[in-house]
Design a protein around this ligand. Structure first.
Ligand code: TYM
Length: 336
């Protein structure tokens, strides 16, 4: 059976982008069709200025939302990255496989490092090596597919490059992963700035729909979305980024097609109204289930504990093999 791995980093409240670009597909298809692991990648949250208590809260919230979105711990493995030391262990080995130049070319590094500097902060070394840790997340499990939004494509590409290089130098150890993306809404854009991605850590929340936003807040944000000049409703990301974003969100919520939906609307107002209602309806069951789960944090903690045990058992043999392949002695073990 195909092995799938994906994750979310707890750096902010989960957004509609996270849901449409990743989580929804995990819950609706991946978990049933593959041997899947879904991870709260908390080590990644330490690569930028962070408040420890907030990271803890957001990690627990993300885990609760994973389950609220429909991940079933009976059919997939849900866990927290830092509970499985194989991730950090393999990351170091892959740092010895990657190059400095490769890291500096990563688009997300360039963007985030510039942002940190703009804010007057310093850039953590771990921000530079972040994609190596992400490669370790993926490669440790012999992952075939990584279902992600399209902003993660370059990182998955790096994981492939490192797998090839490692296998060539040290012998076949890693499986070649590939990124998969949803057909629509692989990059949901900010409602106030439809040329940038809707991200959890954006400075202003006005263009971001959070999964736990009240229906009224969702309606307000969608109805106030920035649209484009002209009046025609057409799906054209370059010429009409605002309208195209709304069409994609609506299509994703209703299993429609953005081009076909464009023909249905004669005004931006009507499109916004229907999009707002579709998002509210999509989030309603997730929010209801989240509320129930919050009443039982012990259950969520239990899921994470069992998930980490399962994940560790899956990762350990391959990470041990990578250690040995690179020339490290196994503890108390023989030389070959
Ligand atoms: P993160 O936490 O930024 O996002 C989690 C998932 O949500 C997707 N996503 C979006 N999709 C569509 N539109 C958007 N606006 C949008 N915003 C986010 C992301 O593509 C991602 O699938 N580096 C990763 C976390 C990670 C990971 C991994 C993922 C660490 N290790 C291993 C897969 C496999 C990240 O920052 O995702």
């Amino acid at each position: 059976m195909k092995r799938v791995f994906s994750g979310v980093k707890p750096t902010g409240h989960l957004t509609l982008g996270n849901y449409l670009g990743a989580l929804r597909g995990w819950a609706e298809a991946d978990q049933y069709e593959t041997d899947a692991l879904f991870c709260i990648v908390d080590l990644h949250a330490l690569t930028v200025e962070h408040d420890p208590a907030r990271v803890r809260r957001l990690s627990m919230q993300a885990a609760t939302l994973f389950l609220a979105c429909g991940l079933d711990p009976e059919v997939c493995t849900v866990f927290v990255q830092s509970h499985v030391s194989e991730h950090a262990r393999l990351s170091y080995l892959l740092e010895c496989t990657a190059t400095d130049g490769e890291m500096r070319r990563m688009i997300q590094y360039k963007e985030k490092a510039a942002l940190e500097q703009e804010r007057g902060g310093s850039v953590r070394l771990s921000l530079l090596t972040y994609p190596v840790l992400m490669a370790a997340d993926i490669l440790a499990y012999g992952t075939d597919e990584v279902p992600v939004g399209d902003d993660q494509a370059q990182h998955v590409e790096l994981a492939r490059d490192l797998a090839v290089r490692f296998n060539q130098r040290y012998g076949p150890t890693f499986v070649m992963p590939r990124a998969t993306h949803p057909g629509v809404a692989a990059r949901v854009m900010d409602l106030q700035d439809p040329t940038s991605k809707m991200g959890k850590t954006q400075a202003s929340g006005a263009g971001i729909v959070y999964l736990l936003d009240e229906p009224e807040a969702v309606r307000k944000k969608v109805l106030r979305a920035v649209t484009d000049s002209g009046r025609d409703v057409v799906h054209d990301r370059a010429a009409k980024p605002g309208v195209s974003n709304l069409l994609e969100i609506l299509s994703s919520c209703t299993d429609g097609n953005p081009e076909a939906l464009a023909g249905v609307y004669e005004s931006y107002g009507a499109l916004k109204k229907d999009t707002a209602e579709a998002v509210v309806e999509l989030l309603r069951p997730v929010q209801a289930r989240h509320k129930e789960l919050c009443a039982d944090p012990g259950y969520v903690e239990g899921v994470l504990m069992r998930g980490a045990e399962r994940a560790r058992a899956m990762a350990q043999p391959r990470v041990d093999a990578a250690h040995q392949a690179m020339g490290l002695l196994s503890p108390g073990g023989s030389i070959d």
